[in-house]
Design a protein around this ligand. Structure first.
Ligand code: ADP
Length: 169
């Protein structure tokens, strides 16, 4: 294993069992991109102390939007939800860190922005459940499922962050 200061390597398939850090799939939805909130939202995850492992601006194919939200397929708003997600580019991200899934949900705020606390992304920047700016996985298992849906393995970047000793004992 290389120990260069600016180490940056592509994730490889491991042969043995891997205990990997928790990851969340976080997505800035088309309204967040159109409204110029990309930097603001990324900043909130960065300054909290999570590590960015994947990032892309992406025009979502309809099939992927349907698959991502397949658990909501029976809901009356499912069709509109899929149309919304494919209505413009999204910013797809992988954030990694201890407890990142639950913490990201707290940073994002309640599904309905009117119920979301001020200080959360939805509480600060949104008013309607159908335009709630950002997505975050609801469990570590779904995080891995969603990362598998939205990212190729070669798009996941393993890198060592020099900031870590200042965040963790
Ligand atoms: P969350 O995104 O907070 O995990 P859900 O998984 O319940 O929430 O819903 C997924 C997404 O579906 C929401 O973020 C929102 O964009 C949309 N949605 C949920 N409920 C409604 C609703 N009643 N009307 C329109 N869109 C909705």
């Amino acid at each position: 294993r290389q120990t260069t200061r600016f180490q940056c390597r592509v994730a490889r398939q491991s042969t043995g069992p891997v205990i990997r850090a928790e990851r969340s799939y976080v997505m800035i939805k088309p309204d967040g991109v159109q409204r110029g909130l990309v930097g603001e939202i990324i900043t909130r995850f960065e300054r909290k102390g999570f590590q960015l492992k994947g990032l892309k601006l992406f025009q979502t194919p309809e099939d992927l939007a349907k698959e991502h939200y397949k658990d909501l397929a029976s809901k009356p708003f499912y069709g509109k939800l899929v149309d919304y997600i494919i209505s413009g580019p999204v910013v797809a991200m992988i954030w990694e860190g201890d407890g990142v899934v639950a913490s990201a949900r707290k940073l994002i705020g309640a599904t309905n922005p009117l119920a979301a606390e001020p200080g959360t992304i939805r509480g600060d920047f949104a008013v309607e459940v159908g335009r709630n700016v950002v997505h975050g996985s609801d469990s570590p298992e779904n995080g891995e499922r969603e990362i598998g849906l939205w990212f190729e393995e070669t798009e996941v970047v393993e890198w060592t962050r020099d900031m870590t000793p200042w965040l963790k004992e």
